[in-house]
Design a protein around this ligand. Sequence first.
Ligand code: F6R
Length: 364
Amino acid sequence: QKGGYPHFMLKEIYEQPDALRNTITPRIVNSLPDFTEDGIDDDVLRNLENITVVACGTAMHAGIVGKAMIEKELRIPVNVEIASEFRYKEPLINEKTLVIVTSQSGETIDTLEALRLAKRCGSKVLSIVNVKGSTIARESDYVLYTHAGPEIAVASTKAYSVQMAAMYLIGCRIGYVKGIYSEDRAREFIRQLLDVIPVIEETLKQADEVKTVANYIKMAPDAFFIGRGLDYTLSLEGALKLKEISYVHAEAYAAGELKHGTIALITDNVPVIALATQESVYGKMISNIREVKARGAYVILVSMDEEYNDGDVCDKHISIPKQDGLFTVFSAAVILQLIAYYTSDAKGLDVDKPRNLAKSVTVE
Ligand code: F6R
C-alpha cells in the first residue's frame, strides 16, 4: 500500500508530479486554461470585483500563496480568511465577491459553515476540493476538483501543491477572461505552470541533502522560516508542517519584520530556514539572512543559486532549479515538506499519524 516507501507521507511527497499533472492538464485546451468540463461559468470570473478565500490549515496557506500571486499579477484584491474566524463574523463580502473555498477532504466543518455563510451573503462559491462528492463539493456553486488521489498521511503535502496549482489556474483564467492577460501571456503562464512538474522531479533528487539538515533540526526546540513575498507565504506552510509532525516549535516570519522584535529569539544554533527565490527582493533577503547569521543562527538557505558557499550567509545550501519566481513555491514546498518529514523520522515519531491530529476535522 505504501508502494515501497516507509511512510505514506514520503510516498505522497513523491506523488506530487503526477498529482499536478492530473490536476493541471485536463484544464488546458489549446494551451490556455479552460474550465468548460468543470462547468465553471466564465461570467462569474469575468464579473468578480474581489475574491475571498476561506479555508483551514494547509488549505488556507495555499490560499495565501494564491492571494500573493493573483494580487501581483492581476491587481485584484484577495482576502484570505481562516474559516473558523470567518464563520463567526459579519464578513465583508457580497455578490461581487467570488468566494473560493479550499478543502482537501471537503468535510471540514468550519470551512463548510463558512461556505454556507458566504452563500447567504449572496456570493458565488467556487470550491477547490480533492474528495469527489464531499459535502463542500456538493454545496458549492462550482467545483474545481484537484486530482491528487487519496491522501492518507495526516500532514497534507500533495493536496497542498494541487491546491496551489488550482489557484494558479483560476488566476490565469480570470486574467484571461477579464482581458488583463493577453492570450500570449496566458499561454506563457500555463507553459511555466506545466514546467513545475519536471522541476519538482528534479527537486526530489535533493532528498538526501535535506536529510542531513533534518539531523540538525531534530535537536532544536525552535526553528524559524523566513522569506519575502511569495517565499514568506510558503514559509507559513513550512512552519506548520514542521510543528505538526516533528513537534519542533516553528514560526514563519516575513524576513524584514524580524528586526521588529522576533530577532531577539535568534541566538546560537537556532535553525533558520531561509527562502530566497524572489529576484526582486533577493538582495534584501540576503542581508536579512546575514543579520540572523551574525546572531549565531544555523542557516539553511533555499535558493536557485547553483552553489552558495559564503559562511557568513549560510551553513547549508539547498538548490532548487531555476524558474520564474512566480512558480518557485512549488519546488520550494517540496524542500520544506522533506525537511519536516526527515526531521520527524529522525526523531522516531509516527510520521503519518502525529499526536492529537485527525485527517479530517468534522468537529469544531
Ligand atoms: C495540515 C493539514 C491541515 C488541513 C486542514 C484542512 O497538514 O492537513 O491543516 O489542511 O485541517 O483540511 P481540509 O483541506 O480537508 O479542509
